[in-house]
Design a protein around this ligand. Structure first.
Ligand code: 6GU
Length: 226
């Protein structure tokens, strides 16, 4: 059972992504428990204020330390977190080894930043891990949190119907997945490779492995480097 708590100023943004398909089933099976908390419910400031101008000047607001500290400490009374993760473009890049690691934890707290980010002191004193989902800037951490929860949630043992299917994902062995085909075998004269129609498991496995290697070499030659 993996519990993922998410702290955000935009809880509405996180209502839908976990209510469908695989993550919905994971939740219904009791394998995944996602709880979204509104940071504004914890602020001691008036009108739900959670951000302020940055010291030293400059454009953009910064999320104040106090609402975050109060919220985190309140949540810590109920839950002992394995990791407190801040989603930020300057964090460690999310990849399959990281998602594998996180899927084995029991309690995660995700903090979604907005504006210019969160006060550095929260990063120093509460956050245990900082993760980015890629080299581009999003307007907030919520969509990054949704990506992380999806990538991690589907790896929890028992979530996928065919338990081995995550093993053949792209990246799982630092190799991309081979091409896939379904009916019809001949679509507008575009034919499915004969190896896949051979019915011989050895021929099929060899073809898939060759294609996976070829695809990896062509598209992601450095994939084995991480
Ligand atoms: Cl985690 N947050 C934001 N705001 N932008 C991002 C990101 C995270 N990862 C990539 N870009």
């Amino acid at each position: 059972m993996l519990q993922i708590d998410i702290l955000t100023v935009l809880p509405e943004l996180l209502e839908s992504p976990f209510s469908h398909s695989i993550l919905k089933r994971a939740t219904q099976k009791g394998l995944l428990d996602i709880r979204v908390y509104n940071l504004r419910d914890y602020t001691p400031y008036k009108h739900g204020q959670v951000d302020d101008y940055q010291f030293g000047g400059g454009a953009g607001m910064v999320m104040m330390p106090e609402p975050l500290a109060i919220a985190i400490e309140k949540l810590q009374e109920k839950t002992k977190y394995d990791e407190i993760i801040y989603l930020t473009p300057d964090g460690e890049k999310l990849n399959q080894p990281v998602t594998n690691q996180l899927s084995l934890k029991e309690n995660l707290l995700l903090i979604c930043g907005h504006y210019k980010g969160i006060d550095e002191r929260i990063r120093e004193h509460f956050v245990t891990r900082e993760i980015s989902i890629g080299d581009y800037v999003l307007s907030g951490g919520e969509l990054a949190a949704a990506v992380l929860v999806d990538a991690v949630g589907r790896l929890i043992p028992g979530v996928l119907n065919d338990e081995t299917s995550a093993l053949s994902d792209s990246f799982q062995d630092n190799i991309l997945a081979p091409p896939v085909f379904t009916r019809p075998a001949d679509f507008r004269g575009w034919k499915v490779p004969e190896e896949l129609l051979s019915g011989d498991p050895k021929i099929i496995d060899e073809w898939r492995h060759e294609q996976a290697l070829k695809r990896t070499e062509e598209r992601r030659p450095g994939l084995t480097d991480y």
